[in-house]
Design a protein around this ligand. Structure first.
Ligand code: ACM
Length: 764
């Protein structure tokens, strides 16, 4: 019996080892089988092609090897009895293959063979091979014999980049396109025009770039900013550069979709040609509360972020301008799709423009939304007349969808659901899953737009909304990550925002749904981080963030503090009393106030470092019960205990420390364990009216010695004595009172769907 167990155990460990050590392919292929034997890959290996159209793939492989491994391979025509070769061949299917990009990759001890159904498939086989190479520089690599069959799940696999808020040079754009290729994605959505800069040369309208391509300053810090750097900023791509980029992408089987924003986000174009505005003589209005740099006369390129009221006027002048611009754009980009924006177009200018009001009447439109729809439909007609199609943000649904438009769903998934139900194609880019400008860490220390979108959430994203049946689902072409660059000034920062989330998205888009497995992905990510190092790409290590959990301890008045990270490296703790590092081994019992720093270092790289402050009072670690449960999703991480866990949210919302009640009240009882003096009680609250989070209408405290009879009630109401905006509401008894139980009731503001947010309750 014992013997058999041992034998089986050995068998399983060997086969698992073979897979774990070598197969770290992202995105996961449809199927792979590892078999006995190895292929020795070194600088004597040759690339053997069957037809010259495969040279793109061969060159890509060699460029990659040269950049990251320091050698290249000879390229030869395929011989009869080859050995030590990477054999490329392509079926060149006469009929359209069932899956664009299908390929097989076979490794035996003599050769590696990649067979694509199309040239694109052959190219993807190369990407898989590159992902099988260990991410370290060696002279020789022993690749396991394997048989891989693979094809993509979705036909649209995209990455967007906003070059309007910040401009990125062609070298970086090419690097970005390489990343897209390495993850078997096929679309680069190039957001070329914005309020803060027009980035594409248009021969007929030179001022678009000479004037619209530059701004006289940029706000400092978070919008609306703490000042202005007063530096002239800008840049643009010449048409030669655009052609070069488009060719570079095409060589990698990537389509570049240009975006020319209309009718909103058009301040830079208006700065160049004021007649595009309904009010050409009105000077540009800066964003509220932002500091402006330079001249404030006439039309200007915007210097802060956000949305602006001065938009394209739906006049014949504008349509002629846009048609001329689009003519040049369509000449430059072979893409079937032209993205025309359509999002975030305020209607104020159109409301107060006599011309627009007249046009609404003349065309029998319902209102300004109808006018937006008229605008988009006219542009669509023009683009369709040139044999191309439009794609636009989901606002193009409002006031009636243009007949052939594809919708990019960004304000959640509803736009995608509505469009698919109307039998329109859809690309999913919902903010809460694929906006890579959001923070990846709960304690992000670089400036970002905010939000919280960790890798795990991206990995768990399902692009087909549940509301769609199988026929409607066919309209979902795929998904895309959007990278808005208000807070990304450099290519390095862009890399930091996309990695590792892009690796997760590639698997969402390429791999079969049943192949997606978060724990397997986690194992493969260990190698993937090393690959980012190989590429010298910047990335966020938030994936390895230390997760801190605080739970009640068995001992009254103490808490249990647990730490974990996805990294296997040890976590060290220092505190303000003993500065020597303590290696974290097991949950720690904390029974008094203190400031700690916890950090995790792997191979000399600091993965995460966070400070944790515990502030103890009579309520900390005590038993707490709530009459009303908090409302999802603001349940905290430890339920009611979060109100007495000794940790106060330092940054305010968002943080797991806050519990939220929608349309209901906080009603808590704390058992202090024994009767003692109580003189005051305080409660941390959060107010953010734009998010419907309000201060309580009133707060009441009362005490008891038995938990049944309540007395010493003290109430403060907003009506009689408003709480100031401070984060902490304190109610103090005139005299200390003897109590074992403390009750605190904070009454919700009471407006429709109003939230009450509360954190630490302190008893003194
Ligand atoms: C968008 O994020 N405004 C499309």
């Amino acid at each position: 019996m014992t013997k058999i167990t041992i034998v089986l155990f050995l068998f399983f460990t060997t086969s698992l080892f073979a897979q774990d050590s070598n197969i770290n392919i992202i995105p996961a292929p449809v199927s792979y089988k590892v078999s006995e034997g190895k292929f020795l890959f070194n600088n004597k290996t040759k690339i053997a092609f069957s037809d010259s159209a495969e040279l793109n793939s061969a060159n890509f492989l060699n460029d990659y090897l040269k950049s990251y491994y320091g050698f290249t391979l000879g390229i030869i025509r395929k011989a009869k009895a080859p050995s030590n070769c990477i054999l490329l061949s392509t079926r060149r299917t006469v009929q359209k293959p069932e899956h664009d990009g299908r390929y097989t990759l076979t490794i035996n001890p003599r050769n590696i063979s990649i067979v694509g159904d199309t040239y694109q498939g052959t190219f993807y086989g190369i990407q898989t091979l590159l992902h099988m190479l260990p991410p370290t520089s060696q002279n020789e690599y022993a690749l396991p014999c394997a048989s891989i069959e693979d094809y993509p799940r979705f036909q649209y696999r995209g990455m967007h980049l906003d070059v309007g808020r910040h401009f990125f040079p062609v070298d970086f754009i090419k690097k970005y396109i390489d990343y897209i290729a390495l993850y078997k994605m096929n679309t680069f959505h190039w957001h070329l025009t914005e309020d803060q800069g027009w980035r594409i040369e248009i021969k007929k309208y030179p001022k678009l770039t000479s004037v619209g391509g530059f701004r006289n300053g940029t706000i400092i810090g978070h919008h609306p900013g703490t000042g202005n750097d007063s530096l002239r900023y800008g840049g643009f791509y010449t048409q030669d550069e655009i052609r070069d980029v488009v060719k570079y992408a095409a060589d990698r089987f990537i389509t570049v979709i240009p975006e020319i924003e209309l009718p909103g986000h058009s301040s830079a174009a208006i700065a160049a040609y004021p007649e595009l505005s309904c009010f050409p003589n009105e000077p540009t209005k800066p964003a509220a509360n932002s500091v402006w740099s330079g001249s404030r006369e006439g039309k200007q390129v915007q210097q802060a972020w956000g949305v602006y009221e001065d938009v394209f006027c739906p006049s014949e002048y504008t349509f002629t301008f846009l048609e001329n611009v689009l003519d040049e754009v369509m000449q430059l980009f072979p893409s079937q799709y032209i993205h025309i924006g359509g999002d975030e177009c305020p209607k104020e200018s159109w409301k107060r423009s006599e011309f627009c009001q007249q046009l609404i009447k003349e065309k029998g439109l319902k209102d300004e939304h109808g006018l937006q729809s008229y605008f988009i439909q006219r542009i669509e007609k023009y683009i369709n007349s040139k044999g191309k199609k439009i794609i636009g943000w989901d606002e193009i649904l409002e006031g009636g969808l243009a007949p052939n438009a594809t919708v990019m769903s960004w304000r959640g998934e509803q736009g995608g659901v509505d469009a698919a139900k109307q039998k329109h194609n859809v690309v999913m880019t919902p903010g809460s899953y694929v906006y890579f400008d959001h923070s990846q860490s709960k304690h992000e220390d670089s400036l970002t737009i905010g939000g919280y979108l960790p890798v795990e959430v991206v990995y768990g994203y399902e692009p087909i909304p549940k509301e769609l049946d199988s026929t409607e689902a066919k309209y979902v072409l795929g998904a895309q990550a959007n990278i808005w660059t208000e807070y990304m000034k450099t290519g390095q920062k862009v890399e930091y925002q996309i990695f590792p989330r892009m690796s997760a998205l590639s698997e969402v888009l390429w791999s079969l749904k049943e192949k997606r497995n978060a724990s397997d992905f986690e194992k493969r990510m260990v190698q993937e981080f090393k690959r980012y190092d190989l590429w010298k790409a910047n990335y966020s290590t938030a994936y390895y963030d230390i997760k801190s959990t605080i739970t009640p301890a068995k001992r009254d008045g103490a808490i249990l503090w647990s730490l974990e990270s996805k990294s296997k490296a040890p976590i060290y703790i220092t505190n303000n009393v003993t500065s020597a590092g303590l290696k974290y081994e097991q949950p720690l019992l904390i029974s008094g106030s203190g400031n700690y720093t916890v950090s995790i270092v792997d191979q000399k790289k600091l993965l995460d470092s966070v400070s944790q402050n515990f502030s103890f009072n009579k309520a900390t670690g005590k038993n707490i019960t709530l009459a009303n449960p908090p409302s999802a999703p603001y349940l905290g991480t430890g339920g009611a205990f979060g109100l007495v866990n000794g940790v106060k949210s330092e940054k305010g919302y968002p943080s797991d420390e806050w519990l939220g009640w929608k349309n209901s009240d906080l009603d808590a009882v704390i058992d202090l364990g024994k009767t003692q003096d109580v003189s005051k009680v305080s409660l941390d609250v959060w107010k953010q009216e734009r998010s419907m989070i309000f201060l309580p209408k009133s707060v009441q405290i009362s005490t008891s010695t038995d938990g049944k009879i309540w007395n010493n009630s003290l109430t403060q109401t907003m009506a009689e004595k408003p709480f100031n905006d401070s984060r902490k509401i304190t109610l103090a008894f005139n005299q200390p009172t003897q109590a074992r139980y403390v009750k605190i009731v904070a009454v919700n503001n009471g407006s429709t769907d109003s939230w009450l947010f509360a954190d630490e309750i302190e008893v003194e």
